[in-house]
Design a protein around this ligand. Sequence first.
Ligand code: 26V
Length: 817
Amino acid sequence: MFGLLDGFLKNDSISLQKDILHHVAYTVARSPFSFDDFEAYQALAHSVRDRLIERCHDTQIYFNNKDPKRLYFLSLEYLMGRSLSNSVINLGIRDQYADALNQLGFEFEVVAEQEGDAALGNGGLARLSACQMDSLATLDYPVWGYGLRYQYGLFRQVIVDGFQHEQPDYWLNFGNPWEIERVHVSYTVKFYGTVKEELRNGENCKVWEPGEIVEAVAYDNPIPGYGTRNTITLRLWAAKPSDQQDMESYNTGDYINAVLNRHGLENISSILYPDDRSYQGKELRLKQQYFFVSASVQDIIRRFKDTHSNFDEFPEKVALQLNDTHPSLAIAEVMRLLVDVEHLGWDRAWDMVCKIFSFTTHTVSREGLEKIPVDLLSSLLPRHLQIIYDINFNFMEELKKRIGLDYDRLSRMSIIEEGAVKSIRMANLAIVCSHTVNGVSRVHSELLKTRLFKDFYEHWPHKFHYKTNGVTQRRWIVVSNPGLSSLISKWLGTEAWIRNIDLLTVLQEHASDPDLHREWKMVKKVNKMRLAEYIEAMSGLKVSIDAMFDVQTKRIHEYKRQLLNILGIIHRYDCIKNMDSKDRKRVVPRVCIIGGKAAPGYEIAKKIIKLCYAVAEKINDDSDIGDLLKLVFIPDYNVSVAELVIPGADLSQHLSTAGHEASGTGSMKFLMNGCLLLATEDGSTIEIIEEIGADNMFLFGAKLHEVPALREEGPSLKVPLQFSRVVRMIREGHFGYEDYFKSLCDTIEGRDHYLLGADFGSYLEAQAAADKVFVDQEKWTRMSILSTAGSGRFSSDKTIEDYAEKTWGIQPCRCPL
Ligand code: 26V
């Protein structure tokens, strides 16, 4: 049948116009003679969707015929942002669509602006998953992504009087043309109940009789690769009431209550947890994790069994990637299905588990490691608790043989943590059962070996690998910075860098070419104008595009030290105020831009946002200061706002206290866009230095090995006078709200765990160095070109090739064009 349709969807501008009008009339149900921008977006999206479906289908048929080893990427979070521009660019038909829309009286950019963000994740980990999916598709790997279809994405940040308020993001309100509902792809997921032992065929079997059953329904989101027909699938699960669950209630005649009771079950996939710091042992969160994992594993086993009559080849055909510990229950679920349902026997199942799982951790600190209270697991998933106990028992026995009765070590490595609240250490479970463990930058991977998982590294050195995160140049240059994209293609004489990022280094040869400089500065100027317009529309503040646009956008965390940035801005303000008019002429004008969300329960982070507003109000209203300094907080920072902000930045700040940022991927996006970095030597910055050289950026702050001694000194540490002065200004009410900000000041003048005082001096020096270079525009532009030219190592294409070869053992499987 599909053969008949082959070639049916044409991509010339006339066919696309017809197609859009067809969708206006029959999908959106509006008159093709009169529709607005949003309706045009809907019709356009459906037209693109048709093409995605075609390719998705071909890709799956091809994969099924070839039956390669597949990767299954398990992540509880994906920050996809918008899909329209990315899809048409990857499909290679953006210009044709732009033409078609033009003919219909619409502008592509305006129509694309109608789309809302898909924000099914918190921050770094979630956006990384999205970048990696783009690379996996582009590089033709046979992959399925799995996740949860939250009905409410990450909260919308609304600022009222400088305070953050959270509003629900009911993103499905306006429909979602990018997903395909698969009503027939569904699995039952069980919760609660008891485990009984039964004798079957002379063998003792565990039978789990659940107390609750929920249905998981698949929603497929096509992910098109660039320059390939391959389009892979991100399958997200939604919870629906299960008919099985209600049978009994219906039979007892309580029809009304039986129907009403169904609704609660949908809540499992309803809300994304917005705190990316602490695990609170919440039952709903655990339910979400298991729900998503169980449906995914059932789907994976079903797909394998479609083409295999036994499990002999399972480890050769299946790789399961754990994106942090959140999906680690997949380990116990695979064991349960293989042992209890497929009756493979424990040893054989265990052997397979050890061959298929790999684990990436995105966390630096011990406090950031996920733990599940045993009591909770025992009530929600009694059979899985047994399985985890059994895995741990075997592991402990094996360990004793190797290290003897070193009880301290045994208890540190145990999957079970004894203590006031007996818990499962999910990272230990993931390490014990995975063949490969990695961090997300080199220094992070080293820290895992020397600190966080030292015992495990000593036991299994071969399991520990090193990976560096990356971001996709398709989204972060081609989609978000079309001006720069064309410029790069022009100077390289090819668009091949969009698939082969190594080519970017050719820009180095032109780094001093005055023609390139002129064009490069022009692109930046246009991007800054776009950003300035956004700032004015959003806040009413007019900013000068001749000023240096200095940006810090990321989740608000104490360790990311937005507070250090604000203190630096207060210092700058204070200096300008005290200058005479002659000196003021030498000041480099700045527009300081800060953006990011604070977790709803994170009081200090919320105070930092309020402080930013308070300081901004003072500075921006001060006629004495004019264009020399402006401060603006961009509310509701998300993927599409990032696409606007990053290309317009001159300087970006990455200020984490050394040893706290596992990697950091924002810096890579800024780097690709020719933005200079002001940063500490932490996470991926260390590798960025290796690529572009320390003299191409502004580095400051304590290094990793210096941090412990500085912390040791505590409040007795000598801090610069300027630091005490700016903190005093806050305390004394220069920006109002002195009572509210008192605790903020206390944290940095007390224990100062994140070393703001210790790093303040060198931070100001780095800022001064940035000012100095900005005056020398030729030097600045050269550094900017070299930043882009050196960003190739941080393409997620590189990361994915590395994982494919060294961790997953998968090969490209390219669907013929
Ligand atoms: C933790 C929690 C805990 C409570 C429930 C919700 C939730 C969601 C996520 C997390 C873990 C967040 C970890 C994370 O995003 N890490 C970041 O990962 C980036 C990609 O590897 C990396 O660049 C950042 O340095 C790292 O902080």
